[in-house]
Design a protein around this ligand. Sequence first.
Ligand SMILES: [Zn+2]
Length: 345
Amino acid sequence: MEEKLEKIKSEGLKDIENATSIEELQEIRKNLMGKKSKLNEVMKTLGSMDASERRTIGIKTTEIKNVFSLELSNKEKKIIESKSVLDKPIDLTIPGHKISRGVLHPLTQMYYDLNDAFLSLGFEVFSEDDISSEKFAFDNLNFPPDHPARQMMDTYWIDGTENKSGCEKLCLRPHLTGASVRYLLKHKAPARFVYPGRVYRNEDVDSGHERAFFQYEALIVDKNISFSSGMVMIKTILEKVFGCEVKTRMREGFFPFVEPGYEIDMECLVCGGKGCSVCKHNGWLEIMPGGVIHPNVLKAAGLDPEEWTGFYINIGLERLVMMRYGVDDIRLFHSADLRFLEQFK
Ligand SMILES: [Zn+2]
């Protein structure tokens, strides 16, 4: 009986060694270890043996099973490792996978276009951190201490700074204008620069308002800057961005950091001036507040208001993009919805 077992073992190992495919190996496993295998037949006769022979043959049979099991899995690994992906015939006529192409976010496209337009007019691009302070967001900009914009309802103050004031009281910048004083303190006048970035306000979100949005602000500080030269600049920028003449109108506006202040509206390009949800049904959209820099802001920047003057414009980037493409909901820009974003390829 032991000789018979040795024969089963050596033949089995030879079969495993000669296998060349996984399918073949599965068949061999069935023959060596399955119900109808020679080993199983030996097991069935154990009952008719005497005790000591049964023990010896039983141990031997189990040993051989273990050896087969180990060798089968080793061989399986070998076959898988040596298998090439090119084993199967290749059909060169099957179309390949299309490589998907990314695209700049429409806000980024507009941001770059504005940079190009301003750089061509001799402006520098400046950026500061998103976290600012009460001093730069309000004190420097001639906001009275009790101005409602300082309160929690508009500005996100940073945890742990409520008892502090000035530079120590930190906030997410509610507008970009603070960067203008930061730049002027460092670079002095004359200056012409833009400072694009994201700003944060605790607003109710609707189709025209978001809690975080992009602004794009520009400032010229020089001697003898006239109001009309600022207006020429605005018209030039809008024409460069939209590639055509855009109807605009100017209204009086009030902001603490300008005197006089104004609001520039452009005709709503989504509805062509007829009225829609984007323009709140009046055909015009406020896109650029601005004005002549307030003497107190110049003083905060270390400049003499008798000597220097300046001109701010603040562009709502999202609104310009809404006008450019006829987008009627500002929330789409931050929705990360590919169905929306892929339209700007
Ligand atoms: Zn409209």
